[in-house]
Write a protein that binds this ligand. Structure first.
Ligand code: 13P
Length: 249
């Protein structure tokens, strides 16, 4: 059976003092069948990786540049992330698509670079509220999937995260039926592209206002293999019950 994944995206939050949260997660009892990933800001990557070494916690980044090196002031490449101890990288988060104008084509380039560097690519997609209200959700996510997934993608090096933009940081979540519908469509498109077996093994995460209080309900939904958690991943006391809910799902 596919290992589930509890992933935390710290976004632009956290200083050296926050590393104690990673220490707490690394020292916790292992959760059977669950991979744990924490993606702190780039400033904390190397130290976070040092703290998490040998534990069940993987450390990941939140973005990378498509090139391996060069004249790109302020950017960080996938090989640099791997060198700092990252094992994964979040790509195409809606905040990067919105704040930095990232297109799905660029996300695919970045994912290809992540794969070349041996990183797990956590590729994000999801509709806006206007798109959902216009009944475009399934078409939007299918198109994002088609364009954001590079031809290097497979179950071993790629995770998809469905994050409805209107559910991020709002306390709102789609109904279980709405999540199941989107995940089912994503799985079907993956099967067309990769074959049924590979598509079945590629992990589909839900993200957007996942909290200890709603985690069990979300993890019971078909085709949900884990979560990408923002605010509730910042403190081990909040993230640990989400990990536990996934282990018992
Ligand atoms: P919240 O869990 O804070 O809603 O954020 C979700 C998210 O964007 C994770 O990438």
């Amino acid at each position: 059976m596919t290992r589930r994944l509890a992933a935390g995206n710290w976004k632009m939050n956290g200083t050296m003092a926050s590393l104690s949260e990673i220490t707490a997660l690394a020292n916790a009892h292992p959760a059977p069948g669950v991979d744990i990933l924490i993606c702190p800001p780039a400033t904390l990557l190397a130290e976070a990786a040092r703290i998490a070494a040998g534990s069940a916690v993987m450390i990941g980044a939140q973005d990378c540049h498509p090139a391996a090196a060069g004249a790109h002031t302020g950017d960080i490449s996938a090989p640099m992330l791997a060198d700092a101890g990252a094992r994964a990288v979040i790509l195409g988060h809606s905040e990067r698509r919105a704040d930095h104008g990232e297109t799905s084509a660029l996300v695919a380039e970045k994912a290809r670079a992540a794969h070349a560097a041996g990183l797990l690519a956590v590729i994000c997609l999801g509709e806006t509220l206007a798109e959902r209200e216009a009944a475009q959700t399934l078409a939007v996510v299918a198109e994002q999937l088609r364009l954001s997934l590079p031809d290097t993608a497979g179950a071993a090096n790629t995770v998809l995260a469905y994050e409805p933009v209107w559910a991020i940081g709002t306390g709102l979540t789609p109904s279980p039926a709405q999540i199941a519908e989107v995940h089912g469509v994503l799985r079907a498109h993956l099967a067309d592209r990769l074959g049924a077996q590979e598509a079945g093994a590629l992990r589909l995460l839900y993200g957007g206002s996942v909290k200890p209080a709603n985690a069990s309900e979300i993890f019971a939904i078909a085709d949900v293999d884990g979560a990408l958690v923002g605010g509730a991943s910042l403190r081990a006391d909040d993230f640990s019950p989400i990990i536990a809910a996934l282990a018992s799902a």
